[in-house]
Design a protein around this ligand. Structure first.
Ligand code: NAI
Length: 261
């Protein structure tokens, strides 16, 4: 037998960029990665909100660092600038977490449907592709290059009135698989996390009693998840030891997608 291989579960010193990191699951991942010693570019629409998360991380006294940067993922030149700034500040890039997103419902006959469609596809699918493209030259220099795309259980099924989001999230799964196949030869892993109902900015406006009714009816674990529960799965996919998983689509949904009745 070959000797047992002791694979590393540490991202200490690794550099990550996380989009939509001022809130919810992106913020939780930023905290978690920094707590593990990573250097994290905290990016989101609003500089002040990024600053606030970077400040929380600094105050927590983690071994890692945070760099706050405004980045609207729908702006292609801003993507290039933010990635260059992260690489400049940290000296490289090992991890990309494509997380930014929003929920806007629309029915096909609605007047605003075409706008919701293009906004959703642009921010939640095309942007992920652009960020991967812009990151690649740097990921190619990394010893453990990792990409995690945040999709949704809406990438595997559909809730009524949500087709632009559903299309974008199905697209994220396709992008993940396509990139995994193309980048595998370079050792760059590309995986996708599909959160179910999670307590974040997106679901904040749903009244507690509605959350409870929904969770009891649909979720085997009978509750909404916490952003940290998703962040831990994202972390597990970016570890050096996660070196033989790619193109995977991982639900973190309390069992939502496996429940029939
Ligand atoms: P959140 O609202 O707490 O965080 C999303 C962040 O993305 C916000 O801070 C927002 O400002 C940012 N963002 C939106 N548009 C952006 C843009 N153009 N450029 C940069 N940042 C932008 O919500 P949450 O839930 O943490 O969302 C994270 C990801 O998780 C999203 O992709 C969402 O679709 C996905 N998701 C959320 C679920 C939930 O139940 N909360 C379920 C499944 C997927």
């Amino acid at each position: 037998m070959e000797p047992y291989k002791d694979l590393s579960r540490s991202i200490a010193g690794h550099t990550a960029i996380i989009t939509g990191a001022a809130s919810g699951m992106g913020r939780a991942s930023a905290h978690l990665f920094a707590s593990q010693g990573a250097k994290v570019a905290v990016t989101d629409l609003d500089q002040a909100k990024c600053d606030a998360v970077a400040q929380e991380i600094a105050e927590a006294g983690y071994p890692g660092d945070a760099l706050a940067m405004a980045l609207d993922v729908t702006d292609p030149s801003a993507i290039e600038t933010a990635i260059a700034a992260a690489v400049d500040a940290f000296g490289g890039l090992d991890i990309v977490v494509n997380n930014a997103g929003f929920a806007r419902h629309a029915l096909i006959e609605d007047e605003h449907y075409p706008q919701v469609w293009s906004d959703s596809l642009e921010a939640m699918l095309t942007a992920q592709q652009r960020i991967i493209r812009a990151s690649l030259p740097h990921l190619r220099q990394s010893a453990h290059p990792r990409i995690v795309n945040i999709a949704s259980t809406e990438g595997q099924g559909a809730t009524p009135g949500n087709s632009p989001y559903v299309a974008a999230k199905h697209g994220v799964i396709g992008l993940t698989r396509g990139m995994a196949v193309d980048l595998g030869r370079e050792g760059i892993t590309v995986n996708c996390v599909c959160p179910g109902p999670i307590r974040t900015g997106i679901t904040e406006a749903i009244p507690e009693e509605h959350k409870e009714i929904y969770a009891k009816r649909r979720v085997p674990l009978r509750r909404y998840g916490f952003p940290e529960e998703v962040a831990h799965i994202t972390l597990s996919l970016v570890l050096p030891s996660a070196s033989f998983i790619t193109g995977a689509v991982i639900p973190v949904d309390g069992g939502l997608t496996i429940k029939n009745a």
